[in-house]
Design a protein around this ligand. Structure first.
Ligand code: HEM
Ligand SMILES: *[C@@H]1O[C@H](CO)[C@@H](O)[C@H](O)[C@H]1NC(C)=O
Ligand SMILES: *[C@@H]1O[C@H](CO)[C@@H](O)[C@H](O)[C@H]1NC(C)=O
Ligand SMILES: *[C@@H]1O[C@H](CO)[C@@H](O)[C@H](O)[C@H]1NC(C)=O
Ligand SMILES: *[C@@H]1O[C@H](CO)[C@@H](O)[C@H](O)[C@H]1NC(C)=O
Length: 335
């Protein structure tokens, strides 16, 4: 029997208590493992992949949206599917908090993956694991690296609206960003590599208007923003225009997962203040800026670090104790 696997029966579950940890190589620090569903839902990866490919036909943005859901799930009380729960009386959902409301998207596709997995292996694959699988598949299908997704998370029982207010914000400076990552034991390499998620996907004008017109209340543009890019963005995002209008996070290759996020930062074309801070903050010199340079020069180095940092992020506080979690049947509500 595998050291870490999904329980198939009470007998197996008892045996699992004896061998609680996955003991394979690099995963030794994590209670999760790659082969968790090998016995109970061997096609989980392929089923998820097919639903994503189908969804992408009508929604080219979906891959970017799905990886962001995993990030916003993991950063708030760990990767426990808390983001996916709908509000109930007394427990407002993370979905409705400012960093997510009108912004986080892709929930119906998560539900479609869940439905397909419930068809194939009822009650087996958690919603938190679906987000981890969808993130990896989305990156790989967009031209990025692949990695062995660690699995075996249970879904938590609560959504933490207040916790989601502390998600990294687009106006955070480098010191604040580093503080939010360090609080989760994620280091500067993780911060720079994971920010590379902004190599694809879309962003609303409201997150750049202060940089274009009134940076830090100065009534002037952000001086670090490349002037040609500023002119381009000012056309797309006029001062009193619709703050919800969409832009590419990486206009050079909008839907491809590549190192262009970093080459953009090198020429002061980061979209968000939090992006450009990694390269241009005085505090970045000797800390994050050299990592930006390294990734701008080597897609290989970026891909290797990104895969490792996604695993690190995916290891944030997984629920594995059945008294504290469950495999939700519907990702939107506890069973
Ligand atoms: C480091 C701090 C981060 C900040 C401040 C930040 C902020 C943002 C903001 C403001 C948006 C635009 C949302 C909107 O317009 O509705 C966005 C989009 C996005 N973020 Fe981040 N983010 C961060 C880190 C990450 C990480 C770690 C990932 C993934 C590994 C990620 C992946 C994405 C993706 C893919 C999109 C586009 C989503 C879509 O098109 O639906 N971000 N982010
Ligand atoms: C979320 O956004 C919608 C539409 O912009 C708004 O009507 C609603 O009040 C917001 N919800 C919360 C909890 O702020
Ligand atoms: C969330 O924060 C609000 C305002 O600070 C507070 O009233 C509320 O009790 C908090 N909710 C939880 C569940 O901690
Ligand atoms: C970063 O932002 C925080 C919070 O706004 C502020 O207290 C701090 O002084 C800023 N640090 C730098 C170096 O600008
Ligand atoms: C610029 O920002 C400051 C501080 O946020 C604000 O008080 C001021 O009203 C803004 N100016 C304009 C023209 O919006």
């Amino acid at each position: 029997m595998a050291a870490c696997s999904s329980p198939r029966s009470a007998v197996v579950a008892v045996a699992l208590l004896v061998v609680a940890l996955c003991l394979h190589g690099a995963a030794a620090q994590s209670p999760l493992c790659e082969d968790y569903y090998d016995d109970t839902c061997p096609d989980a990866y392929d089923i998820t992949r097919q639903v994503l490919i189908d969804a992408h036909q009508s929604d080219p943005r979906i891959f970017a949206s799905l990886i962001r859901l995993h990030f916003h799930d993991c950063f708030v009380q760990g990767c426990d599917g808390s983001l996916l729960l709908d509000s109930v009386p007394g427990m407002p959902s993370e979905k409705t908090s400012p960093p997510n409301n009108g912004s986080a998207r892709g929930f119906p596709v998560v539900d479609a993956v869940k439905a397909a997995l419930e068809d194939a292996c009822p009650g087996v694959v958690s919603c938190a694991d679906i987000l981890a699988l969808a993130a990896e598949i989305s990156v790989e299908l967009s031209g990025g690296p692949s990695w062995g997704v660690l699995l075996g998370r249970l879904d938590g029982l609560t959504s933490d609206f207040n916790g989601s207010l502390d998600l990294p914000a687009p106006t955070d400076n480098l010191t604040v960003l580093q503080g939010k990552f360090t609080a989760l034991k994620l280091n500067d390499v993780d911060l720079v590599a994971l920010s590379g998620g902004h190599t694809f996907g879309r962003v609303q004008c409201q997150f750049v208007t202060d940089r274009l017109y009134n940076f830090s209340g100065t009534n002037m543009p952000d001086p670090t923003l490349d002037s040609a890019y500023r002119a381009f963005l000012s056309q797309r995002c006029p001062r009193n225009g619709d703050g919800r209008s969409l832009n590419d996070l990486d206009p050079t290759t909008p839907d491809t997962f590549d190192k262009n996020y970093y080459t953009n930062l090198e020429v002061n074309r980061g979209f968000l203040e939090s992006d450009q801070e990694l390269k241009s903050s005085p505090q970045a010199q000797g800390t994050t800026a050299p990592i930006v340079n390294q990734f701008a020069n080597s897609q290989d180095a970026f891909f290797r670090s990104f895969a490792q940092s996604m695993i690190n992020m995916g290891n944030l506080n997984p629920v594995t104790d059945p008294s504290r979690g469950q495999v939700r049947i519907d990702c939107k509500r506890v069973n």
